[in-house]
Design a protein around this ligand. Sequence first.
Ligand code: PSV
Ligand code: MN
Ligand code: MN
Length: 426
Amino acid sequence: MKIDKNSISDYNSQYKDTFEQEFRFVSDSLEQKGLNVESVVKKISDFQVAIPSWALGAGGTRFGRFSYGGEPSSLEQKLNDIGVLNALTKSAGAVSLHIPWDIPDDTQAIKEIAESHGIAFDAMNSNTFQDQPGAEETYKFGSLNNTSKNVRDYAIQHNLDVIRIGEELGSKSLTVWLADGANFPGQLNFQNALKYTEDSLKSIYQYLPEDWRMFIEYKPYEPNFYSTTIQDWGTSFMLANACGEKAFTLVDLGHHLPNTNIEQIVATLLLKGKLGGFHFNDSKYGDDDVTVGSIKPYALFLIFNELVYGMENNPQNPSLAWMIDASHNIKDPLEDLLQSIEAILIAYAQALLIDQKDLREAQLQNDVVKCQEILQDAYRTDVRPLVKAARLKANAALNPLDAYRSFEVRKELIKERGNKTIATGL
Ligand code: PSV
Ligand code: MN
Ligand code: MN
């Protein structure tokens, strides 16, 4: 299944008049406020978010998994699915692979398929939270933090293998997320576990290619329910500092205890030049991995406010690796991803509308009411016409989800691949 440019422009032509009316209305009112709409549209259109290979199949819960039909069963098919997302949005121009779920059989062929869809290889993810068939060591009691040196070395070697595969594909970063921790008090010596983790990460870092970056993800609980060795941003930050200047913290929105002020964490890391990557999703309780913006869109907007500020004011922080880390067990996975992409672009666009100069002045005056008004004025603007303008500019579909349905993509995929497919992933 491939969506070509012509079908997209045919699709767009039926909505062009309505779009132009909507766009004129919003852009006139924003220009009157002194905003450069063209530059906002350009920024939206430049924004690219990586799609994780494991979100293309229907997600599972620990209670079960229900296939959606037409799920990709190979890396080639996963790239083709991302190709569909990218053709419809032109915002999904990268893939993030998980090894060993996505080991390419033929690297050259995979690179060519990715290139034909305009897809780059974003961060490579290692997996030391599952034992693979034929594994010589078990991660049952941890990987990089394990009390056994053999297990630690085995997990380190796996990360080095992931780097090698990534180098062949043209990736430039490694994301390390560890499930390591304890289910019960007393199970683990916290200090040794942290020391082992630091030493293991340093051993991996030592082999990181010159132009690569390493992202260290944190998570407070799950699958371990008493403690996680890299439990929070502070621990990740400390480990990234211990490794060196190519190591950074990765923020996954679902990896916080309820009500954590994530935007403040983002600001702190940007100030210190240590925010490396970002996993988007949404949550009500924990690492729910639900569609971006489906539960707390205002929180997402406040996070984007800090990201926009940081991108403008923190040259000490390198450009960020954006990725969606959401997958659901009852939605069509591609529709879910289209909704997530839309939510990300909307929050970004809203944050770009914030009048930073006025906000600084109001902050200096301690005019708390004005500060809130400035933020909420941006948040309450319907920016969807700006997002559509960005898409039109890039030859993407004005309404990707509607286009996906009208092209009957899922029906086609089921026809091609069958109904009883299960993609690799969690
Ligand atoms: C862990 O919960 C996580 O967020 C990490 O990013 C993993 O790599 C990903 O989910 C998929 O398992
Ligand atoms: Mn994640
Ligand atoms: Mn997660």
